[in-house]
Design a protein around this ligand. Structure first.
Ligand code: 0O2
Length: 219
């Protein structure tokens, strides 16, 4: 801040930020609406499952809009100039939906049932279950476009959907706090985290087999 500037000059400086700030606020509202749309689609699928198959494949759903600080950090990391347009076109996870499933096969069922809907366009699929990250991170990531309907008309919004099991989520949530965002490099601890991810994956597979055996027994 230049302390020698007059109030008049400072007022002019701040005015130039007013328009982008109000554009950002409007855009963030659009991302919130896109989250409503995706969440409703998932709730409908879960409800239908409950009626037809008497079970919930979706354990829980978490949603969030990325904070401005986190958006700016990601844009800097990717070497992008800061503009609303660049942000909308390049940052795919401003609107995030995390779907926690009971069993591993539910992940792909939910993904298929959502992405085959005719107003959903799939932009990107990252299958970190078939191809886990070296640290053991597992999750299915989809980037989709979904329409929202405003008073001015239709607007296509990008949403990142992460789908994982309860067990994968347990690991990812703890690892996110103690390692992923901290970036510390204690090799022994990092190896132990990876071992835990493998144990969790094996448990997930066994739980799926147990469920199948139980269902076969009663069918
Ligand atoms: P936060 O705090 O969860 O929002 P791209 O978006 O494709 O340009 P990016 O961001 O590397 O590149 O995409 P990717 O690999 O699909 O990962 C995005 C998100 O997945 C991360 O968001 C995390 O939420 C999650 N994630 C990815 N790798 C790991 C991991 O090793 N451990 C954990 N716990 N989570 C992971 P953010 O924005 O990085 O963080």
């Amino acid at each position: 801040m230049d302390y020698k500037k007059t109030y008049k000059e400072l007022e002019h400086d701040f005015q130039q930020f007013q328009e982008p700030f109000s554009q950002l606020r409007t855009l963030i509202t659009c991302y919130e609406c896109a989250i409503y749309e995706i969440k409703t689609k998932l709730d409908v699928l879960n409800k239908e499952f409950m009626t037809t198959q008497a079970r919930n494949p979706i354990e829980s759903i978490k949603t969030r809009v990325k904070t401005p600080a986190s958006i700016i950090e990601k844009m800097n990391r990717k070497g992008l100039d800061f503009s609303i347009d660049t942000m909308e076109k390049n940052i795919y996870d401003i609107a995030g939906v995390r779907v926690i499933c009971a069993f591993m096969d539910d992940i792909y069922k939910i993904a298929d049932m959502l992405t085959c809907q005719d107003d959903i366009t799939v932009l990107q699929v990252k299958d970190y279950i078939k191809n886990p990250k070296p640290n053991g991170y597992r999750s299915l990531h989809l980037v989709v476009k979904t329409p929202i309907f405003l008073s001015t008309g239709k607007k296509e919004m990008t949403v990142e959907i992460q789908i994982r099991t309860i067990a994968m989520n347990f690991w990812a949530s703890l690892e996110h706090d103690i390692h992923y965002k901290k970036g510390n490099s204690n090799d022994d601890a990092v190896n132990k985290l990876t071992e835990c991810a493998e144990i969790i994956y094996k448990t997930d597979k066994t739980m799926m087999e147990i469920r199948k055996e139980m269902l076969d027994q009663f069918s």
